[in-house]
Design a binder for this molecule. Sequence first.
Ligand SMILES: Cc1cc2nc3c(=O)[nH]c(=O)nc-3n(C[C@H](O)[C@H](O)[C@H](O)COP(=O)(O)OP(=O)(O)OC[C@H]3O[C@@H](n4cnc5c(N)ncnc54)[C@H](O)[C@@H]3O)c2cc1C
Ligand code: HEM
Length: 463
Amino acid sequence: MRLGYHQMRLVKATVPKLREQGERITTIMYTRMLRAHPELNNVFNTVNQANHRQPRALTSVILAFASALNHDISDLIPKLERMCNKHCSLGIKPEHYEIVATYLLEAFAVVLGDGPEGMTAETEEAWRRAYWILAGMLIGREQQLYAAFGPWQGWLPFQIVRKESETDDIVSFYLAPQNKRPLPAFLPGQYISVQVPLPNVGYMQSRQFSLSDAPHEDYYRITIKRETGCQSSSNNTFNGTMHYPPGQMTNYLIDQLNPGDVVDVTHPAGEFFLDTRQLSSVPLVLISAGVGVAPMVSILNTMMDLHPTHEISWIHGARRMIPFCNHVREAKRRMPNLRTNIFKTHLADGDLAGTTHDYDFRVDLAKVNREDLHLNHSGAEYYICGPEQFMLEMADYLKMQGVELSRLKFELFSTGDMVEISLTIETAWPRNCSSSFSAAPASSWRTSKSLVQIVDVTAWKAA
Ligand SMILES: Cc1cc2nc3c(=O)[nH]c(=O)nc-3n(C[C@H](O)[C@H](O)[C@H](O)COP(=O)(O)OP(=O)(O)OC[C@H]3O[C@@H](n4cnc5c(N)ncnc54)[C@H](O)[C@@H]3O)c2cc1C
Ligand code: HEM
């Protein structure tokens, strides 16, 4: 698919208006698409539809791509890599792209109108081509990922073989494949998708959960925090209160499912991982809050198996109870270079500083000594997972200490952009440092410096 220079200009000229009307585009597109293809309700997360996170993410990437036509798109690669991993974890196939194309372009046409500045036949053709250039890149990368998955593509039934409370609101599930075949290894930090028919939603629903143990051939472990929901004050509403209902999947899994029950699972995926295939000797700093502990324990346990003397620091923040605290205490006995700094805000009777925790306040990296943060090591890598605001604060502090963005890796337990972090990073880090939220393997993307080449070179169908 080729996009000529004039077509590129037509596409770019529509971007400001489309950007202004982003919310309307997503509403029109998803309402029409799901009405025509109700089976896709089983694919999309109904909550991220309701709160617009997912459709907003899709439109924002397409418009960012259109704006970047003729420019360097390397900034988009981490985002594309994250999307492709998510798509593969959810079994998205090339034929789905046809459906999205139809309803996306239809929504663009509604928003742009049909005047000479609107969606003329020429502009529509230009947009179709631009969409398929992007879709072709995504489909190509997804084909590579599916090929790497091997024979396990799509959903496989797994039995819950063990369920264990880690705190009063965090529970680990041990999942074994019903076909009893040895499970493929994964890179610590990656996630699986779990799918169940949610009775009160009426469709299948899936969510991602980080693997929380080292790879094992006979089970995967995930660790889930119950989303209790809440009423929260907000300036965004007229009456000042927002209602966040309890999480659909986490409450169902924790309350309704037990050993012996079966859930559907996809192959491990994800671009946030410690690359154990080419492990270097640089210190690792794991920084987590709440259930952000899950991928960190996977990294820790994998390193305990592979390289127990590696320099590792784990910094964790919790409210009342520390998940995996006994396990980490045991790990410290087996890993002589493991340092921990535990922050806890709500102390219980019997809590003892130096034993159950180190600090009785929220995570404050300024209180952690420089050796534990490995700030004097110019190559140390930082793996960060927790609520968005938490990750923003951690990134800010590390940036102030001179840590380059390329050494920070974030896992967002949600969909779309960490808006505040991307804004901060855009303005605070020099443009030339490779802005990666993840370990996106740029080599997997047939990137060129500039989309001029994409515009003129027909073969953007990666791999
Ligand atoms: C890569 C990745 C890894 C993850 N790993 C883990 C993990 O290891 N452990 C873990 O516990 N979680 C993990 N998550 C998060 C997980 O996938 C779920 O999103 C989370 O557990 C909540 O699921 P839920 O169905 O219970 O909540 P949902 O029902 O999806 O609700 C989510 C939130 O949205 C609010 N909400 C509901 N409706 C609306 C609305 N209309 N408008 C605004 N807000 C609304 C709810 O109150 C709730 O706070 C991960 C996510 C990703 C993307
Ligand atoms: C050019 C086309 C597409 C673009 C630009 C796009 C973009 C995105 C983005 C940005 C995300 C969020 C990723 C994240 O932050 O985790 C996402 C997730 C997702 N996409 Fe796509 N996508 C495209 C095509 C499709 C198609 C064809 C389907 C299937 C019909 C699809 C289904 C999904 C689903 C189910 C999710 C996860 C939603 C969630 O977790 O709430 N996408 N996509």
